[in-house]
Design a protein around this ligand. Sequence first.
Ligand SMILES: *Cc1c(COP(=O)(O)O)cnc(C)c1O
Length: 388
Amino acid sequence: MKRIYMDYAATTPVRKGVLDEMLPFFSENFGNQSSLHSFGQEAKYAVEAAREKVASAIGATPDEIVFTSGGTESDNFAVKGVAYAREDKGRHIITSAIEHHAILEPCRFLEKKGFEITCIPVDSKGIVDPADVLKAVKKETIFISVMHGNNEIGTIQPIKEIGAIARERGIIFHSDAVQTLGRMPLNVDTMNLDLMSVSGHKVYGPKGVGFIYIRKGTRLTPFMHGGEQERGRRASTHNVPGIVGLGKAAEFAMIDLDKETIRITALRDKMIRGILDNIEDCRLNGHPTKRLSNNIHISIDYVEGESLLLYLDMEGIACSTGSACSSASLEPSHVLSAIGISADTAYGALRFTLGRQTTEDDVNFVIETLPVIVRKLREMSPVYKNKK
Ligand SMILES: *Cc1c(COP(=O)(O)O)cnc(C)c1O
């Protein structure tokens, strides 16, 4: 059976060219980049080359990049790093209701330590209104974090506008761009960003590596204390193969960004139309156009997402209910709650995310297979029979 992977928002495979670039750094070129001998210098050279690649992918300079263990660490570093560095100026933080847990949980942690957190709501399409951010700003506000592309429903936020509000008032502005690198052009200057998080494994790089962009002059209190790596901003011996892979992945992502985005967007739109046309009582969540090029998030009434997922898996199709982060819990996703989706409807939500290996045949197969599964499940559902 052919297996079709449509869960690229959860993780992506490492590209062949990325893996090839990484391999020597596990064995022959195993040096510690802090060592002064040639082994160490080789590693250092590779890390700095990767730093230049990721910096150029986002319009930053290499000294504004700090390598981390991934998106979660970068997000935690942004939230806690700014909070601790600026708490003498104020203890108010603004974020949005649809952030990744890697932002919401550190915010909750800080709330227990006496910080005040304002969560900006989103509209029914999942978009933050910059006017709401402006209204929430107080003189104690030190930090704003709003994600760029949402990992569940795929909405793209007005980062530039929110950034302008923050900049005018001297508030540090961060965005989680884990889902957008390689899916749309990123530029930290035009986006008015001070901080930005990226993860390797969402962009065809390895897991366990990422980076945070820190605009020159932005103070963050480190939470990894130890050696002088990353100029004292993040101690611990560099994950050299991972960093090399991340650099290569960022370079690749830029090479065919436009072409691949056009291809994936067409497949996404075909799949959305195919699903909505062939299944009754079903709708697209999120925004129709301000959405990630690869995201299809739908609610199907009278069926459970988990059952759909398992039946699809038996046909070789891998997707996700709502979000991989919340699949293990029974609570409806905080993102779906934020866009006003009732618990009932949230249980019938499916997320398909497309990627480099997705073909038109794959999309056609899902469009044919999903309606059959939905019909089968609905036939077994007493709720569905009562409604009809
Ligand atoms: C995956 C993801 C993260 C976490 O990144 P890791 O590298 O897995 O820690 C953070 N934010 C968003 C939006 C994500 O999709």
